[in-house]
Design a binder for this molecule. Structure first.
Ligand SMILES: [Zn+2]
Length: 254
């Protein structure tokens, strides 16, 4: 099916299909350093491309909105070029977009999030929309947290992969290859990532941390040299199937 993408429509065409739309998808990205090997728009491009692929599975039932190119990236501000919003600004943006869509009769919103730093705000937003505005709202990750644990082991990845690593770079190769600098792929094998994981002293709470001093000096985790298109396509299919399942549940059962 052809995805219904707001950026590609004119209003009379949208107006004609409005009654068929069951939910709007808002891709959430970031403008954030992604190591020496992937560009600042990596999360935004991944989220938008992924959302359009999801849109192909639902046709006119899902309106794919333009992506948010800025998010919460305070912990990456040690790297030049990173632009973060304040949580308050971000929350207001996400709510404003949902309220505007609600005025056109679309009262169900699904944020597809390409950036882990956005999740705290997304939790605030979906609850505010439901309990203060009567708008049904949901969000889902699209990357690492959606992939199968077993698959991760099978692919022989480094222990501390994640941001700009082999897992994210592989998925980017499948979704938006233009963000990957093939000639700049390199490894930053981080054994100690003390702010995360089951050995972290902050495991049952949190701490405000800085990527450069608490995670990795070159901005990436893991070893992007292990990234490849074949793994990326496989991982992305897993994520697409899981997110499709969630959206089917939302539009059929909620
Ligand atoms: Zn990312």
């Amino acid at each position: 099916m052809k995805a219904l993408v707001l950026d590609e429509l004119i209003w009379p065409d949208l107006n004609a299909v409005l009654p068929e739309i069951k939910a709007a998808v808002i891709p959430a990205g970031s403008c954030e350093q992604h190591g020496p090997n992937t560009t600042f728009n990596t999360d935004t491009a991944r989220a938008y491309s992924f959302s359009k692929m999801i849109g192909e599975r639902f046709g006119k039932q899902l309106l794919i909105c333009p992506p948010l190119s800025y998010g919460i990236s305070v912990h990456h501000m040690s790297f030049p070029g990173t632009i973060t919003l304040r949580c308050e600004t971000y929350i207001h943006m996400l709510i404003d977009i949902a309220v505007a869509l609600g005025k056109h009769g679309i009262k169900r919103i699904i944020y597809l999030n390409g950036h882990g730093g956005n999740t705290g705000s997304l939790n605030v937003v979906i609850n505010t929309l439901k309990y203060e505005y009567g708008i049904d709202a949901y969000y889902s990750g699209i990357g690492l947290n959606v992939f199968e644990e077993g698959i991760t082991k099978e692919m022989g990845w480094t222990k501390r992969h994640g941001h700009a690593s082999e897992s994210e770079t592989s998925q980017a190769m499948a979704l938006c290859p233009e963000v990957v600098r093939e000639d700049r792929k390199q490894g930053e094998i981080v054994e100690e990532f003390i702010v995360r994981g089951k050995d972290s002293p902050f495991r049952y709470g949190g701490c405000a941390w800085d990527w450069k001093t608490d995670a990795s000096a070159n901005g990436a985790l893991g070893d992007a040299r292990l990234a490849n298109l074949e793994d990326g396509i496989r991982l992305n299919q897993i994520a697409l199937n899981k997110v499709e399942k969630m959206i089917r549940y939302i539009i059929e059962k909620r």
